[in-house]
Design a protein around this ligand. Sequence first.
Ligand SMILES: CC(C)(COP(=O)(O)OP(=O)(O)OC[C@H]1O[C@@H](n2cnc3c(N)ncnc32)[C@H](O)[C@@H]1OP(=O)(O)O)[C@@H](O)C(=O)NCCC(=O)NCCS
Length: 184
Amino acid sequence: MANSWIRGLPTLRQGRISLREIQAEDDEPIVALFRDPRVARHLADPPRSRKSFREFLKWSAGTRLAGRYTGFAVRQGAKTVGMMYVWVVAPGTAEIGFALTPSAWGTGVFRVAGALLCRFAFDVMKLHRLEMRVAVENTRAQVAVYKLGATPEGLLRDSFYKDGRYRDSVMFRLLRPELAASRR
Ligand SMILES: CC(C)(COP(=O)(O)OP(=O)(O)OC[C@H]1O[C@@H](n2cnc3c(N)ncnc32)[C@H](O)[C@@H]1OP(=O)(O)O)[C@@H](O)C(=O)NCCC(=O)NCCS
């Protein structure tokens, strides 16, 4: 049924990788993830304490019910190894974001989980355009989203604030046919 995701998120699965709605039991791995300086380095303001994670969960469930947000835990087997989200910013358009624990980097988890997230955004949320804002210095994430099929569209000057200064980001877009043509 259209918009059924608003009432609750399905589990998306490919092999041992799955995405399920982020929940209270994810607090330890997710707080550890965002406390890791290798992960937090290019992110504006991720939840770094159990209290801020609880507040984030409340916000996440409320904005899902409003049809604006889906927050998933990335699971490898029974272990939470990251999180991903789709945040609707305009009709048909959403920003997506992702972070994985460094031990999962370069293992292929991102390729599978990123494609699951994007297919869900296009097929179930019926979105037309996905946007990714990636810090200019974050070349690893730029290559990762490029290989998913995303295309850089331009530079967003002073687009987020971190550690006392404004930072530039690259805006990437992904349209549905571009996901199917993801680059190897
Ligand atoms: C972004 C993220 C989810 C990507 O997952 P990943 O497993 O690291 O990505 P992949 O390994 O599939 O792809 C990264 C690619 O960049 C390449 N790469 C790594 N470091 C690089 C660098 N400094 N410069 C250029 N390319 C680099 C890798 O070799 C790989 O390419 P390959 O598949 O041809 O080998 C993960 O790195 C992460 O969680 N980063 C921290 C949080 C973050 O930055 N999130 C994005 C916010 S927009």
